[in-house]
Design a protein around this ligand. Structure first.
Ligand SMILES: *[C@@H]1O[C@H](CO)[C@@H](O)[C@H](O)[C@H]1NC(C)=O
Ligand SMILES: *[C@@H]1O[C@H](CO)[C@@H](O)[C@H](O)[C@H]1NC(C)=O
Ligand SMILES: *[C@@H]1O[C@H](CO)[C@@H](O)[C@H](O)[C@H]1NC(C)=O
Ligand SMILES: *[C@@H]1O[C@H](CO)[C@@H](O)[C@H](O)[C@H]1NC(C)=O
Length: 213
């Protein structure tokens, strides 16, 4: 009953209100508030999207140094003698693994080389051919290194003793330079170092205890 009454009487003024709703200041204010809220939401959305893009870009575009390790060392040839003086010649095939953690390729030039040492003295060095480790992948390259103990400084080692014991400890070092290509504009120079140690067993012509840090 109350419904009918309210419907019949305030109908006329309500119509008037509806007709002039554009000019109604209360309605206008409400609309304005809604548009303002809408802008706030759009703005917040843009800010959140921007933050997400920024985080994504920082993760994806931040280039990291690759990881260089000796995967294996194979003895191709080995000659040694203890008289008239201690001497060892060998040809080693070292498999170097270049692990690229980036979302873009890592290209390296021909200026990188693997060095083999005995007691801190250089036995041999071989350049690593230029190449590329693709994104998120590990590139393996073989390096053939000629080792000559005649290159060592005279008399500052225990080669004679090591040769008679049948075990010669070697180490391998490599400082690696290359560039990470993420987008055309981003080319970051990244260097990495490799330090490995191993034991050459003369009797079996094998490398054991190969470890890198
Ligand atoms: C190692 O090579 C050098 C020359 O490079 C040679 O004089 C020496 O006799 C070789 N030693 C052995 C054990 O073959
Ligand atoms: C290559 O390496 C040598 C020494 O290892 C260095 O003197 C030289 O500047 C390097 N060249 C380039 C182009 O990086
Ligand atoms: C690298 O050398 C290892 C051991 O000699 C061999 O098994 C492998 O096939 C070689 N890889 C390449 C790419 O030459
Ligand atoms: C060679 O290396 C092994 C393993 O690290 C070590 O146990 C041994 O003492 C070393 N030998 C010499 C003569 O340095």
């Amino acid at each position: 009953m109350a419904d009918q009454e309210s419907q019949s009487w305030p109908l006329a003024p309500m119509r008037v209100h509806q007709r002039s709703d554009e000019e109604n200041p209360a309605f206008k204010a409400l609309r304005k508030e809604r548009t303002n809220k809408c802008f706030v939401y759009i703005f917040a959305g843009i800010v959140i999207l921007g933050a997400i893009l920024l985080i994504f870009a920082l993760i994806v575009l931040r280039s990291k140094s690759p990881e260089i390790k000796l995967k294996s060392v194979t003895v191709k040839s080995l000659d040694y003698s203890t008289s008239p003086w201690p001497s060892l010649n060998a040809t080693l095939i070292a498999t170097v693994a270049i692990k690229n953690p980036n979302f873009g390729p890592y290209r390296f030039g021909s200026n990188n080389s693997a060095v083999f040492l005995y007691g801190g003295g250089k036995l041999g060095e071989q350049r690593i051919r230029q190449g590329k480790a693709t994104a998120k992948a590990t590139k393996r390259v073989n390096v053939t290194v000629e080792i000559r103990t005649s290159r060592l400084p005279q008399g500052s080692n225990n080669l004679g003793g090591d040769l008679s014991s049948g075990m010669v400890n070697l180490s391998s070092y490599c400082k690696f330079t290359g560039r990470v290509h993420l987008i055309k504009i981003f080319e970051n120079r990244k260097t990495a170092e490799m330090n490995c140690a191993m034991t050459l067993v003369l009797k079996t012509k094998m490398i054991k205890n190969l470890r890198c840090d």
